[in-house]
Design a protein around this ligand. Structure first.
Ligand SMILES: [Fe+2]
Ligand SMILES: [Fe+2]
Length: 277
């Protein structure tokens, strides 16, 4: 699409997706309960988590004057709304396997409504920047780690996660740029990162135990061993690898685009057939 004079188009597109998850396997990641539930766990956070991001950015969009950033805000909202919708569709489907992700979604809804009551707009935007840093760096891991992603043995779920991973990197700087453009400073940014980290990993730990218990896999030590190895191995654990980019967020002057992922995004857009978008 050609941009009209004086009206920039957004830096990235909103892709309309409509997955159907019927007949996907229960243990779709590495044929393993722990890892499949870890991904289910993340999926349960998205419908209301991404709504919280959208609300946080939307609440201050009137204060943004830069025309390019205004366009990118609209595209950011479009992408996150689509992620919420598609993860909700998957979460719905998981109930066919007796996995009640909607119940977890509602816990996130209640949690975030509570957070909204006791925080300022600026704090919520800073929390959004923090959590967007998590989603961007986790997504980058997915885009880089064929050793992990080739273990997704359901094509639709593979498409869902890789599409989402591309877009998290495409829009990773939007909330941050809005935060800076509306006068957000270092102190609130890093304090909200510290608080968000505790809440984020606390919730993930809680949900993981819940999902394993409900699925009668809580004492499946083999699966625990495999899953904890994939997440925390010193050399290439999925979460271990997040540590350095995580610490980088505390650097004064940090910006999400300091870490350039454009080639990686481009490679994956081609792989998923999104060329030209
Ligand atoms: Fe998202
Ligand atoms: Fe995002």
């Amino acid at each position: 699409m050609t941009a009209k004079a004086n009206l920039p188009s957004a830096s990235f597109p909103v892709r309309r997706m409509d997955f159907s998850f019927a007949q996907t396997a229960k243990y779709w990641f590495a044929d393993d309960p722990f890892m499949s539930h870890f991904m289910n766990n993340l999926s349960s956070l998205f419908p209301y988590g991404e709504k919280f991001f959208v609300d946080s950015v939307r609440a201050v969009r009137d204060q943004v004057e830069d025309p390019q950033l205004k366009k990118d805000i609209s595209a950011f909202i479009g992408q996150e709304a689509m992620h919420s919708k598609e993860h909700a569709a998957y979460n719905d489907y998981a109930s066919e396997h007796g996995i009640d992700l909607e119940r977890l979604e509602l816990r996130i809804k209640v949690l975030l409504e509570g957070v909204t009551r006791i925080t300022t707009r600026k704090q919520r935007l800073a929390a959004t920047c923090a959590l967007e840093h998590f989603t961007a760096t986790m997504a980058e891991q997915l885009l880089q780690r064929e050793d992990l992603t080739t273990q997704m043995n359901e094509p639709k779920l593979y498409q869902l996660w890789m599409w989402h991973a591309i877009e998290e990197n495409e829009h990773k700087a939007v909330a941050y740029d809005v935060y800076q453009a509306t006068g957000g400073g270092y102190f609130t940014r890093v304090v909200m990162m510290a608080i968000s980290t505790v809440i984020f990993f606390g919730v993930i730990g809680w949900f993981q135990l819940h999902l394993l218990r409900k699925d009668r896999q809580l004492f499946n030590w083999r699966s625990w061993g495999k899953g904890l190895g994939m997440l925390f191995s010193l050399r290439n654990g999925f979460l271990t690898k997040l540590l350095l980019p995580y610490l980088d967020y505390y650097r004064p002057g940090f910006h999400p685009n300091d870490h350039d992922t454009r080639h990686l995004e481009q490679r994956w857009r081609q792989r998923l057939g999104f060329e030209g978008h």
